[in-house]
Design a protein around this ligand. Sequence first.
Ligand code: KG4
Ligand code: ZN
Length: 344
Amino acid sequence: MIVLGIETSCDETAASVVESGRRVCSHVVWSQIAEHQPFGGVVPEIASRAHVEAVYPVIREAMDQAQAKWADVSLMAVTAGPGLASSLLIGLTAARALAWRAQLPLTAVNHLAGHVYSFLLDTTVPDPGPETPVVVLLATGGHTLLARMDGVDAMTVLGQTLDDAAGEALDKGATLMGLGYPGGPAIEAVAREGDPARFSFPRGLQGAGRATNGMYPRERCFSFSGLKTSLRYLLRDEPALMGNADLAASYQEAVFDALVDRLERASIEEHVRHFACVGGVARNLRFRAKLDEMAARVGVTGYLAPPAYCTDNAAMIAGLAGARALLGLPVLPVGDVQPNAPLM
Ligand code: KG4
Ligand code: ZN
C-alpha cells in the first residue's frame, strides 16, 4: 500500500511517499521561510504563489527519491484543512489533477489529524488501540490541543488553547524580543546560553473549573496571551533586555511548563501508559528534555515525534491516509478546502 501525500496548508510545500502507513520512502519539504522573513510572518498571497511554483517539482522529487512509478501508487492524499484557504487550494487542485490523470483514488486528510499521527512515523512505536490509548499534545504555530488517541481512527479532543497557540506565543515573543521569524527556533538558539529561572512569567491557566468557552475542563486548556503581554510590559520598562539570553530562556520555559503541566495531568487522569508530543514546537530540544523528564517522573512512555515530522510535512498526511486505508476505512471525499476544520 503505497500512498503519495501532498501538503500545502501554510508556508511549506511538501510531498511524500509512504508505504503501509509507516515506512517513509521519501519526504520532501520546500520551505518558504526566506520569502516571508522580511514581513515577520506568513503572507498568504506570497505563500500561495510560492506553492504554485513549487508543488509539481516537489511531487516529482518525492516520486524520484522514493524510486516510485505511478503504477506503484495505490492512493493519493491531500491536506484539505485547516490552514490558509489560498494555500490549501493549490495542493488540492494539483492533487485532483494528478489523481485524475493517474486514475488514482484521492482522499482528503485533516492537517491536525496528520500532526497527531506523526509520532507513528517512528516505526518502533507500537500502534495505539483501545487497550493502549495515547494522550497526544499537539503544539504548532496555529493550534495547541490535547487529544486522546484510541486508534488511528479514534482521536478525541480533550482540551485546547483559549487564545494563542504555543508556537504563536513563541513567534510573537521572538518578534517582541527582536529575534526574528520563525520565533521558536530563534528563541531556542538564544536561550541555549540563558538561565530559564531568572525571569518569572505567568504559567497560563491555573486551577480547576470549566474553561471560559465551556467546552473543555479548564485544567485541559491552555492560555498564552497573558504571557506575551507580560513580556511586552517587561521590555517596555527594560528595553535593554532585547535579545537577552536569560529572557529568551525564561520565556520559552513558561510556554513549555504550561504544556508539560497539562500533558502530565491528562496522562494521569486518562490512566494512559503512553503520551505523545507532536507539532513544530516539539522540535525544541529543551522542551523534549522536559518531556522526557516528566515521562520518567510519572512512569509513562513518551513518544516524541521524529524532529523531521514535527514541522509541517506530507509524510504525516500520506502516513495517516495509508493507515486508514489498511484498516479498510473509506476514502474521504475531497470537497472544498476547509480553512477552519477542527481535528477530525
Ligand atoms: O507544525 P508547524 O510547522 O506549523 C503549523 O501547523 O503551525 O509549527 C510551526 C511552529 C512555529 O510557531 C515555530 O516557531 C514552531 O513551530 N517551532 C519551534 C521550533 N521549530 C519550529 N518552536 C520551538 N522550538 C523549535 N525548534
Ligand atoms: Zn501544521
